[in-house]
Design a protein around this ligand. Structure first.
Ligand SMILES: Nc1nc2c(ncn2[C@@H]2O[C@H](COP(=O)(O)OP(=O)(O)OP(=O)(O)O)[C@@H](O)[C@H]2O)c(=O)[nH]1
Length: 658
């Protein structure tokens, strides 16, 4: 997936560069204070290349959302004189507008820092990869980790271990990375480092004496952390004499230079002008630029074993820059890296232009945005009510929301996004469907593709394993919420004397819309949630249809578990009565399952004569009459005719919102 929010690099580039005027007294002062000076650059480049792989540390900071990763990254960049942060301008690695507005990291960013150890007086190259904390972007985390030998596990000393801390710990642990546990925000009045150390001991077997305490905001303890990175994390294992072998672990699109790929060089060396081949796509390119990120691009002309940096080679489509692919020199093949599990979209939604005449503009905006976000899946879709559009697949709701916001902010594209749904699977006996899908088992996410029950052998829905951490006092409310969402408890663990961790299996459909928000509100903001995929399970699913005056409205159909059909049907017809404007005839609004009506409301007839109020004194003014009729006809454009019934376009989305 390539949410390449980094296209914005070009927007922020110059201002960031200005910000980075360093007042360093460190060994790179010469090149930074004279960064335009070729001699200075060459000297710096040489020093950079001469760093042996034993003096390189590739690491990530992993943590629950808001525990301070980006603030710590700022502090590390500042302390190593990589940048000079102006007051009030924090989180320099969060560059996208959405990141700045929402205060969250969406896209992992990389920065190379030079650090002179106080202990052995040697120069180290530290490659820091900042990662997003939200569960929707965990594929960014696991990708970043593949270029690392160790991680800093950052935990807020006030909030303690949260659900995403657990998920991230296991991601790093399963990749055999060395973990440096760090408690952040120790400056806070309510910080309780001893208690959080105990949680780390209970949950992860981490000895309290190995835990560092810092305040990323104030800088306390961050120098000791830099020293620990050098002493506790291992260097990469690299053979610079072997043939060149590198892993692509990230990429973004630059309209002038094509895809810019981030690589981890395991062996050998690559330089500008080299001819390289990618193993997966079997394409050959000439290397144009090679360098490191500080955190903006700094050309070094070469990258050697153990290093992390960028490379451009005129890759015209981000799809060619396959994440997880291996690069080698042409005619010098190597054993490829195992690669990554591709990002699996979990949540789907239809996207339609507000105005069908803007279809082409929307198409081009989508193409550009999905180039930079390869986790978004896209297929075309058409709906009689909403026109031509697309069906998009996202990693989660936040991903969907961020995508929608970026589409509007960066491409000025006004879209209607339908209510999110998940992908179901069906096993059928219908010859027509077997022919259509090429198998008796197929996946579908659109209720319009729900197979006829007469020819359906089985239906399956996606499940997840959810981890919830909550203070004890909210346990009752949390368990009721889990039951309401069809959760089945797997385990519960007391992580200290006030908090508990519960693991439950849930149908993804139940948690996709508002689970996280409800959990936050019933736990007064103290509960946290993260989830991982748990495959498909057999489920008693049915299709709920909505009928207007006896005609089924396909766009209002939805897939639901049989146990919830009646309550959902009731809720939908009640909402529709409020949403559909009264018309000149009575409308029967019904919900049905397998042809049986399960809920009904009636919308009374009403004729709106917009000119009636013009009777009386000003009744004869024709221009005013025309104006009102025009206003009414403009409003009608926002309506959709279904049979002879007018429905406001946004009804299709709002009725399914819970
Ligand atoms: N008091 C105090 N506040 C801190 C400290 N470190 C970070 N914060 C604050 O905590 C909030 C979250 O910090 P971020 O650095 O954005 O957290 P993050 O982990 O990068 O968040 P995501 O990118 O959304 O995952 C910000 O308001 C910071 O100013 C600290 O050491 N002390």
């Amino acid at each position: 997936m390539k949410v390449i929010f980094r296209v914005l690099r070009s927007y922020y580039g110059s201002s960031i560069l200005n910000k980075y005027k360093s007042s360093s007294s460190f060994m790179f002062t010469s090149y930074r204070s004279s960064s335009e000076n070729t001699e200075g650059r060459t000297e710096a480049t040489l020093k950079y290349q001469n760093i042996p792989s034993e003096n390189i540390r590739n690491f990530s900071i992993i943590a629950h959302v808001d525990h301070g990763k980006s603030t710590l990254a700022d502090r590390l960049l500042e302390l190593t004189n990589t940048i000079c942060i102006e007051e009030g301008k924090a989180q320099v690695l969060d560059r996208l507008q959405v990141e700045k507005e929402r205060g969250i990291t969406v896209k992992a960013q990389t920065a190379s820092l030079f650090y002179k150890s106080r202990v052995d007086d040697q120069l180290y190259l530290l490659n820091l990869i900042d990662t997003p904390g939200h569960v929707d972007f965990s594929n960014e985390v696991s990708r970043s980790l593949s270029a690392c030998q160790g991680v800093i596990l950052l935990v807020d000393a006030n909030q303690g271990v949260q659900a995403q801390t657990v998920a991230n710990f296991y991601l790093a642990f399963c990749q055999n990375l060395i973990i440096v546990p760090v408690l952040n925000k120790v400056d806070l009045k309510n910080a309780n480092p001893e208690k959080v150390e105990e949680q780390l001991r209970v949950l992860f077997d981490i000895e309290p004496e190995t835990v560092l305490r810092i305040s990323a905001k104030q800088g306390t303890g961050v120098e000791d952390l830099l020293e620990s990175i050098v002493t506790r994390l291992p260097p990469p294992v690299a053979n610079r004499q072997a043939p060149f072998k590198a892993l692509i672990f990230d990429s973004w699109f630059d309209k002038y230079r094509g895809a810019v790929v981030l690589i981890y060089v395991q062996d050998g060396c690559v330089k500008e002008g080299d001819i390289i081949t990618t193993v997966y796509s079997q394409t050959t390119y000439t290397v144009k630029n090679v360098g490191i990120l500080r955190p903006t691009e700094f050309n070094t002309g070469t990258l050697v074993g153990g290093q992390v940096g960028f490379l451009t080679c005129n890759i015209r489509s981000a799809k060619e820059a396959h994440i997880g692919d291996t690069i080698h020199l042409k005619d010098e093949p190597v054993e490829p890296f195992p690669g990554f599990k591709p990002a699996q979209p979990m949540v789907f939604a239809g996207l339609f232009p507000m105005d069908q005449s803007l279809h082409m503009e929307m198409k081009s905006a989508l193409e550009r945005l999905t180039l930079n976000d390869s986790a978004v899946s896209i297929t075309t879709e058409s709906s009689p009510a909403l026109g031509l559009g697309w069906r998009l697949g996202f990693l989660g709701l936040l991903h969907l929301d961020v995508f929608n916001q970026r589409l509007e902010q960066e491409y000025n594209a006004q879209a209607i996004m339908t209510a999110p749904s998940v992908t179901y699977k069906a096993k059928v006996t219908s010859k027509k469907l077997i022919e259509k899908y090429g198998s008796d088992e197929f996946s579908f996410s659109n209720p319009m593709d729900f197979p006829d029950p007469t020819f359906t052998v089985a239906l399956y829905e996606p499940f997840i394993l959810g981890t919830i951490i909550t203070p004890d006092e909210y346990l009752g409310g949390v368990l009721s919420l889990c039951m309401e969402k069809r959760g089945v408890q797997k385990s519960s663990t007391n992580i200290d004397n006030t908090r508990i961790m519960i693991q439950c299996y849930f149908p993804l459909n139940e948690i996709v819309i508002d689970f996280h928000d409800t959990l936050k509100s019933i736990t007064s903001g103290f509960g946290s949630f993260s989830y991982e995929d748990h495959g498909y399970e057999l489920s008693n699913l049915i299709k709920l249809n909505i009928l207007l005056n006896g005609n089924v409205v396909e766009e209002l159909g939805t897939i639901v578990h049989a146990s919830k059909a009646v309550s959902l049907g009731r809720k939908m017809v009640l909402k529709l009565v409020d949403m559909i404007p009264r018309q000149m005839f009575q409308i029967a609004i019904q919900a049905s399952v397998k042809g049986k009506i399960i809920a009904r409301e009636t919308l009374k007839a009403y004729r709106k004569d917009v000119t009636s109020k013009l009777c009386g004194k000003r009744g004869g003014d024709i221009t005013r009459k025309m104006k009102l009729i025009k206003q009414q006809s403009d409003a009608k454009k926002k309506m959709k005719m279904v049979g002879n019934i007018e429905i406001p376009r946004d009804t299709f989305i709002n009725v399914l919102k819970r």
